[in-house]
Design a binder for this molecule. Sequence first.
Ligand code: CTP
Ligand SMILES: C[C@](O)(CO)[C@H](O)COP(=O)(O)O
Length: 380
Amino acid sequence: MRLCAPEGFAALITAAGRGSRAGGGQPKQWRHLAGRPVLDRTIDAFRGFQRIVLVVHPDDMAEAMARYAGEVTIVTGADTRTASVRAGLAALDGQSNHVLIHDGARPLVSANVIRGVIDALQSGAEAAAPALPVSDALWRGAQGHVTGTTPRDDLFRAQTPQGFVLDRIIAAHDQGAEAADDVELARQAGMTVVITPGSEDNLKITWPADFARAERILGGAMDIRLGNGYDVHAFGPGDHVTLCGVRMAHDAGLVGHSDADVGMHALTDAIYGALAQGDIGRHFPPSDPQWKGVDSAIFLTHAADLARSSGFRFGNADVTLICEAPKIGPHAMAMQDRLCAIMQIEPGRVSVKATTSERLGFTGRREGIAAIATVTLIKD
Ligand SMILES: Nc1ccn([C@@H]2O[C@H](COP(=O)(O)OP(=O)(O)OP(=O)(O)O)[C@@H](O)[C@H]2O)c(=O)n1
Ligand SMILES: C[C@](O)(CO)[C@H](O)COP(=O)(O)O
């Protein structure tokens, strides 16, 4: 659930690091986590803020502008996290009186964690930040052996967002010191910092294995839907068929109320099925003359829009056409492209393939064409 931040609260997201510990050939904030860039998810968590400042590396400025211009204020960062935060603070103007400073590399921060920081600041704290008590025993060690134990009663694992009265944290940064985080700088400047509840899920992606861990956490929170669809149309008089949006010459046509695109109908029903929204007949009754002879793209567009407006994105779709003729193979790519265009999803997520039924049954006797489709929808 997304929160709505009070007026005067700004968010500052640091994303100018190079992610050297995470590896992967690309800075971690730009790598995909369950299908979306890490930074998309981080920014989404702060969408309820009127003002968001995003600090990026100069090499990433073009990418950041292409993705987020107009939604957030984008500024260039510097060599250290502290200097990047300083650059971001300089972009905040008099409209903000509080700022929450957050690592771009913590994409799974929850509304509750953010709300805890805001609540503390609204209750009068000059600084507040989430943390978790250390629950494991803490050892000192050398050469592979335990050399001592450290009491953990007053130890916490610091997280972000770290929230501050804006002019107090700007003043702390103006003193120019380097620090592990903004709480350290705030304390050096004499501020009292309230500890608010952190979350195990609010991990900072730091090491290669953190991507798999974050995907596992997201997997638990994701709503993943699977839908299937099946349709049949009989051959009748005609000189072409339209399958998955592609018109093909044939020695017969397909009989139907609309354009009888059996593949598109199966796919449309699969989407409605995944959404638990009935089938094409419920949304476009065959008794209604306005759907007579129409392009079935109308139905697929409606189902895809319904999926999106319900908060889902497409995982993939797979359509199988069952017929002896016409030959589907030469047209399969064009069909995939057409379905992707109608559903407004990127190529590579839709498959169209075909099989015969070895001359058995109604498809084997060339009396008609059948189609089955499967689709996955994801809400994260
Ligand atoms: N000069 C820097 C360094 C870090 N960060 C940001 O601060 C957050 C926390 O830093 P860290 O996890 O250390 O990220 P990196 O510096 O990218 O990682 P590494 O140290 O492995 O290179 C990240 O969102 C990172 O992009 C930043 O804005 N500017
Ligand atoms: C700000 C921080 O995430 C709080 O835990 C942490 O200090 C960043 O440390 P890093 O060494 O820059 O990853």
